[in-house]
Design a protein around this ligand. Structure first.
Ligand code: FVH
Length: 288
């Protein structure tokens, strides 16, 4: 069992620390607001007086705070003890922030692994929790048993920016789902319906439509948006326009749907109306 320090005891950091204690690891904790350490101390954690003390007394340090500026400030304070240390950062941020932090740590002789947590705090340590990692492969392999105690671990490669990139891509899918749900619910409730009564219609529909994603993914990868088109974009642009106009008729703001209509309209205006809707990606992605 490893000696593991957790820096940051918000909802997620506390769940990480509690899980590692429950699974038999020797855990040291530190948090800016000291009172948040108390439940962990009662559960058996050692409380460090500073980030440097926590890092110096562990084989592995896991950082999980609100954002990268906070993470950077904590590590800057601990700079004298960073050499030869293994650090995993599970704070949510951008690929650029992860690469900057990795460079800061590598320059000080520390190994760095970035992580993206695909779970909410109550899921940590249980089936269904996933953490994406990228950065030092040696650190990942060396501490895999401890990392697997938190969630299923998925290593993406040695570029520290990959974990946040894939994390934010998965969150993009989630927010697309949530925004579609909210707009659909606004329409249904404007007509006197209830969102809960609408779900038995919505859920099977979303499941059926998710079955089209493998075909769309092939088109995204090949750039061949004109192959095997069942529902062409010109037709779908009219449906999007109908959604926006119907929303206005119902007194519902079309703020979630207008950007999609604009992108589809631009692609149709560019002469791609007979393509599949996958072609809309060409209006937003980095050009090869
Ligand atoms: N909670 C969730 O559902 C999501 C699930 C996916 C991953 N996220 C990310 O995890 C990071 C931490 O999130 P959290 O839920 O633990 O956040 P809070 O409960 O708000 O706790 C924030 C902690 O950050 C500490 N902190 C804030 N500013 C500083 C600072 N300048 N210096 C040092 N520490 C700082 C804060 O300390 P305190 O306010 O108690 O003193 C908390 O420990 C986050 O990246 C999520 O996106 C969670």
């Amino acid at each position: 069992m490893s000696r593991i320090s957790i820096l940051g005891l918000g909802a997620m950091g506390a769940a990480l620390a509690m899980t590692l204690i429950r699974k038999g690891h020797s855990v040291t904790v530190w948090n800016r607001t000291a009172s948040r350490s108390e439940p962990l101390a009662s559960a058996g954690a050692t409380v460090a007086a500073s980030p440097a003390e926590a890092i110096a007394n562990s084989d592995l340090t896991i950082l999980c705070v609100v954002d990268y500026p906070a993470a950077r400030a904590i590590l800057a304070e601990a700079e004298p003890v960073l050499a030869n240390r293994d650090l995993v950062n599970l704070t949510n941020g951008t690929p650029g922030e992860a690469k900057d932090l990795a460079a800061f740590l590598q320059a000080r002789g520390a190994a760095y692994l970035d992580g993206g947590i695909m779970a909410i705090p109550p899921m940590i340590g249980d089936d269904g929790a996933l953490i994406l990692y990228s950065g030092s492969a040696a650190l990942f392999e060396g501490h895999k048993a401890a990392l697997d105690a938190l969630a299923a671990s998925h290593y993406l490669g040695d570029d520290p920016g990959l974990a946040p990139l894939y994390d934010l891509a998965l969150l993009s899918g989630m927010y697309g789902l949530f925004s579609g749900f909210m707009h659909a619910s606004a329409l249904v409730t404007s007509g006197g319906g209830k969102a809960v009564d609408f779900l038995p219609l919505l859920l099977p529909w979303l499941q059926a439509m998710s079955g089209t994603l493998p075909d769309l993914a092939d088109k995204v990868d090949s750039g061949r948006h004109d192959q095997n088109v069942v529902s062409n974009l010109a037709m779908q642009k009219i449906a999007l326009d109908n959604i926006v106009r119907a929303s206005r008729e119902e007194g519902v703001a079309p703020d979630f749907m207008e950007p999609m209509l604009r992108l589809a309209a631009r692609r149709v205006a560019d002469g791609h109306g007979s393509d599949d809707i996958s072609g809309v990606i060409e209006t937003i992605r980095r050009q090869k």
